[in-house]
Design a protein around this ligand. Structure first.
Ligand SMILES: Nc1ncnc2c1ncn2[C@@H]1O[C@H](COP(=O)(O)OP(=O)(O)OP(=O)(O)O)[C@@H](O)[C@H]1O
Length: 349
């Protein structure tokens, strides 16, 4: 495995700057997740590292070697895409062995057997090794696709939404397995997803990308608790963070320049209102199985928060809402420290 460094990388497609002046260091053995909405430039960043695109500006090094202009094959990277891309006529075993059998690698067959066996064990597909790719379920196919990348020991794994085509149960199983395997192998992974749970649970650091630029890079906890801006704050949290004008709810004092309050469930106190102290109305409670979302209206604003499963709140109830340690943002959307709080760390690559 190796450290991968992108310095001032820009990639334009005609007039669109898909990636712009992007700096990013993926440390040896680190799992970095790139988060951002569609079109933010995540896939292009992976393709630049893999050599499927060439930057217009900037440089890329892998393990200290400048690979900015190197062909994909010369870069020692392994890709996993969203859709399994297996050889249909080959068995699961032969699909897994394929990368090791390339003439350039010349891995002996007994070594191949050992590596394929280990990876199949890790991904729990040992029983299916003799099945042709076409005789596997979607989830099994994607495991083989991931396994085919993992049997190699490249400098870096580049994974583009590898779990997104799977059902929820399999996705959460594979999420855990992938994280465990990454730790066991000490693998360096650059991983793209829209799924905030994947980002929160697997990443050592999360890079939030907006319009091709790295807006903030930090641990999942830093990104969640100290987002640099409204944009970053809205990437994480379920239900999504509520954005309200300062002064709408009692908060114990906003800092100078604070225009917008960011309130997640943990920042909201809700109580059934006694005589006239109500400032909000319950619209409805959404039962999602594992969570209950409470929809509340305050003035012209609608909020969503998690409801206590024991709560006896019901539609139409008048409640009193207040804020506890919310986030504050200035008029430009940048986060500013609450009065008396530590200064805001600057996230960058
Ligand atoms: N080959 C291409 N030709 C022209 N424009 C492209 C090409 N590839 C990407 N783009 C544009 O570059 C921008 C970034 O695309 P990219 O695929 O990197 O985004 P993304 O963050 O991965 O999005 P998604 O989450 O939808 O996969 C988009 O505006 C996209 O339309």
């Amino acid at each position: 495995m190796a450290e991968v460094v992108l310095s001032g990388v820009t990639k334009r497609f005609k007039t669109v700057a898909a990636v712009e002046s992007l700096d990013l260091t993926v440390h040896d053995g680190e799992f970095i997740v790139l988060l951002g909405p569609t079109g933010a430039g995540k896939t292009t960043t992976l393709r630049l590292v893999g050599g499927l695109e060439r930057p217009d500006e900037g440089s890329i090094t892998i393990g200290g070697h400048d690979v900015t202009h190197a062909a994909p094959a010369a870069r020692d990277v392994a890709f996993v895409f969203q859709q399994y891309s297996l050889y249909p006529h080959l068995s699961a075993y032969d699909n897994l062995a394929f990368p090791l059998r390339s003439p350039a690698r010349r891995v002996p067959e007994d070594e191949i057997r050992k590596r394929v066996g280990e990876i199949a064990e890790m991904l729990r597909i040992s029983a299916k090794l003799q099945n042709r790719a076409t005789q596997l379920s979607g989830g099994e196919m994607q495991r083989v696709a991931i396994g085919r990348a993992l049997v190699r020991r490249p400098s870096i794994y580049l994974m583009d939404e590898p779990l997104s085509s799977l059902d929820a149960k399999l996705r959460s199983d594979l999420r855990l397995e992938l994280k465990r395997i990454q730790q066991d192998l000490g693998a360096t992974i650059l991983y793209v997803t829209h799924d905030q749970t994947e980002a929160m649970t697997m990443a050592v650091r999360i890079g939030v990308i907006e319009s091709g630029r790295m807006i903030q890079l930090g641990t999942p906890r830093e990104i969640y608790t100290a987002p640099a801006s409204v944009y970053v704050a809205t990437r994480l949290g379920q239900p999504a963070i509520n954005l309200l004008p300062v002064g709408l709810l009692p908060d114990g004092g906003a800092p100078t320049g604070g225009k917008t309050v960011g309130a997640r469930t943990e920042n909201l106190r809700i109580a059934k209102a006694a005589n006239g102290s109500a400032n909000a109305t319950v619209d409805w409670i959404e039962h999602l199985g594992d969570q209950n979302h409470l929809h509340v209206t305050v003035g012209d604003h609608k909020l969503v928060t998690l409801a206590d499963p024991e709560s006896d709140l019901a539609k139409g109830d008048r409640v009193s809402l207040s804020l506890v340690d919310p986030l504050y943002f200035d008029a430009s959307g940048k986060r500013i420290a609450a009065s008396g709080k530590a200064r805001i760390p600057q996230g960058n690559g």
